[in-house]
Design a binder for this molecule. Structure first.
Ligand code: BDP
Length: 681
């Protein structure tokens, strides 16, 4: 069905000139090699051409008589000019070329996976109805690791999953029918994802056994599926596994028998999965076990595993989401925002070269708006990657529309100045600033399998698509990516492209308008994280104290002089930019400063008036989203149309609730009336 096919609709090409052109060019295929990835590429190409053009491409046994040739560079260099070969040689392992030469299309690359990416490049161009004559594309990914983290549990639930149950597990078992996993692998490879971890970072009792004989034979099957799409498999582990699995008395990373236990364990895993990627570890975080129990640090913990992985080329992806979740607001140095930097920065240079630190994009936790994590780039001698959240935990849970590409773009473009101007997050995680051995980008996935459409809200598919495209090429704009996605998903219709493009691009700002203001974050219902609850976390022992609203003002003082000192974790000039209230950008003001309600923003409004205005506006913007979507009724199939229409209706209720609660709360705290006298109670 259309909702199941996401952006790989391969709809029949309607434009007749274009269709004739393709039909003429794409008749016969020669495939070099038979590695699983090459077979996937061939399958995708032949199936897609059949649905788009209504013609079956025929296989040729020699290159000369084929109109398309695909294969690894080693196999088909005879068809390429010296110049082509030289250009390919300059690119990384996943670099590919797609060229047209005298009526023949050649897709080649530096690896089998690269060929698959090249095939998807061609298919994307065709769906966008581009000309194929004199194509000369040379592409390589900017980031080495392009990863997704599934937060799926064996019982079939998905932590922070808003799209139904897991496609990997059901009722305590790995699913027998793995068709859906295979299709997921297809979608991921079409946007260049090359690594996946398939279980929740919170590893509870039974998932600890994933690294044992009980589950490894079936996990191997999953690894085989992903391998055929160029995707390497990783597992999240329980740091206390030696105790949980084998009843040992300790998991101390410096204990010899613990080290031996892991060595044997990792050897066993490679026996099943020879190209196993490695582990993701959430340790000493939110009640998960870790090295702190034994008075060891995180380098001790990570290095123990890294050593055991060395003979196999495996990696340890160590998460930096480490903070004391039971904070004491009387001690400002326990500011949660400071935690990752305070824990990890002193350990720079102590990690083995096959350890990669995975750092959330912000210092807190995937809020609608946060500063960029100052830890990223601050450890020149330690591999790092950034972590995004495609799942919309704090951004509307795939009920509310929130296209996250503009947010991710902004984060990647952020200049840390750590090594002078131009030290952007994009360059740091691409490994071009500190020359990391391994680096890249990971994100929490947003898919599930209850509903055929994968993401609950059909429009949330844009975030998954966009995530892959952006991390392959961070220079693509949020708009370009939206347009690519729209055309492939809903067909090439101007009105849909225009209207939906506008809806997507404004949606993050709209969401921000009616939720927590000016970077303060966290005014959500505790636990579920959807809907407003302004003081829900404010006085709770879990996390604690995020907005400090009182009768005089609002915001968290994180300055050097009077606050938590978090601002000092940034390099200059960012440190000063955030520390100085007169310079701090409006959108983050309350993240860094506690200010009176009548404080005037750079946009010339007072804080309190800004809160009222954005909240009234945000609600109206949601009403406008509904109108816009309704105007597309005749251009979109009923099923997907209704799905989104229904979500937008729920979004409107949510926006109303946020608007009213936020406005009322701040009116009552401040006693300052709205200048426009709108209804606030
Ligand atoms: C938070 C989620 C929680 C995750 C945690 C994490 O609320 O469910 O376990 O992040 O990243 O955002 O480990």
């Amino acid at each position: 069905s259309k909702k199941y096919n996401m952006w790989l609709q391969y709809q029949p090409i309607l434009n007749t000139t274009c269709k004739k052109h393709y039909q003429k060019m794409l008749t016969t295929l020669y495939v070099n090699g038979n590695a699983p990835t090459i077979q996937s590429a061939e399958q995708e190409l032949t199936d897609a051409i059949f649905t788009m053009l209504g013609q079956r491409i025929t296989s040729k046994s020699d290159m000369d008589h084929a109109t398309i040739v695909i294969g690894n560079i080693e196999e088909i260099s005879s068809l390429l000019s010296n110049d082509h070969i030289a250009r390919l040689a300059e690119m990384n392992e996943e670099g590919y070329l797609v060229i047209e030469n005298q009526g023949k299309i050649i897709i080649s690359g530096n690896s089998d996976a690269a060929v698959l990416y090249g095939v998807h490049h061609l298919l994307r161009n065709m769906q966008l109805e581009q000309d194929l004559i004199s194509l000369a594309v040379f592409e390589q990914p900017k980031n080495q690791f392009r990863m997704l983290n599934q937060w799926d549990n064996l019982n079939g639930s998905v932590e922070r999953g808003y799209s139904g149950k897991s496609i990997f597990y059901q009722n305590g078992k790995i699913v027998k029918d793995k068709t859906r996993i295979k299709d997921y692998a297809r979608y991921l490879s079409s946007v260049g994802i090359n690594a996946i971890s398939i279980n929740n970072v919170n590893v509870w009792e039974e998932e600890s056994y994933f690294i044992t004989k009980k589950y490894l034979p079936e996990i191997r099957e999953i690894a085989d599926i992903f391998r055929a799409y160029g995707i390497t498999l990783y597992l999240s582990i329980n740091f206390a596994s030696p105790m949980t699995i084998d009843g040992m008395s300790t998991a101390d990373p410096l204990n010899q028998s613990v080290q031996n236990w892991w060595k044997d364990k990792i050897a066993e895993i490679y026996h099943y999965i020879p190209d196993f990627g490695g582990f993701i570890v959430k340790a000493d975080s939110e009640n998960r076990p870790g090295p702190f129990t034994y008075n060891r640090d995180h380098a001790d913990g990570a290095n123990m595993l890294a050593k055991a992985f060395e003979p196999y080329g495996g990696k340890v992806i160590w998460r930096c989401f480490v903070y004391n979740h039971l904070q004491d607001w009387r001690d400002r140095t326990t500011d949660r925002a400071r935690a990752a930097y305070d824990h990890f920065k002193p350990l720079d240079g102590k990690f083995h070269e096959n350890v990669i630190l995975q750092i959330k994009n912000g210092p807190m936790d995937f809020q609608v708006r946060e500063g960029v994590s100052p830890l990223i780039g601050a450890m020149p001698n330690t591999n790092q990657m950034i972590e995004f959240q495609v799942a919309q935990e704090y951004t509307g849970q795939q009920i509310d529309l929130c296209y996250l590409l503009p947010q991710w773009k902004q984060i990647l473009q952020f200049d840390t100045y750590i090594k002078g101007a131009g030290t952007t997050i994009a360059e740091i995680v691409a490994g071009t600033i500190h020359t990391y051995k391994y680096s890249g980008i990971a994100a929490v996935s947003n898919i599930g399998g209850d509903d055929e459409n994968w993401t609950g809200n059909t429009l949330a598919q844009a975030n998954l698509y966009g995530y892959g495209r952006l991390i392959w090429n961070p220079d693509l704009s949020a708009e370009e990516i939206a347009q690519e996605w729209i055309v492939q998903t809903f067909g090439n219709k101007k009105e849909v492209s225009n209207t939906l493009g506008e809806m997507l691009l404004n949606s993050w700002e709209i969401y921000e308008n009616y939720t927590a203001p000016l970077g303060v974050g966290w005014m959500v219902t505790p636990g579920v994280h959807y809907g407003p609850n302004i003081d829900g976390y404010e006085y709770s022992k879990w996390g604690g104290t995020y907005h400090f609203a009182d009768r005089d003002g609002v915001g968290v003082d994180r300055t050097k002089e009077t606050g938590t000192g978090f601002t000092t974790q940034y390099a200059e000039p960012n440190q000063n930019l955030y520390n100085d209230v007169s310079k701090c950008p409006d959108e983050l003001l309350l993240f860094f400063h506690h200010v009176p309600y009548k404080y005037t923003l750079k946009n010339s409004k007072t804080i309190i008036q800004h809160i009222y205005d954005t909240h009234f506006k945000g609600f109206e913007q949601v009403e406008d989203l509904i109108k816009k979507w309704d105007s597309l009724a005749d251009l979109i199939d009923e099923e997907r149309f209704k799905n989104v229409q229904n979500r937008l209706k729920q979004q409107k209720n949510n926006a109303r609730e946020w608007r009213d609660q936020i406005n009322t709360y701040f009116y009552r705290k401040s006693g300052v009336a709205d200048k426009q006298n709108r209804a606030i109670y």
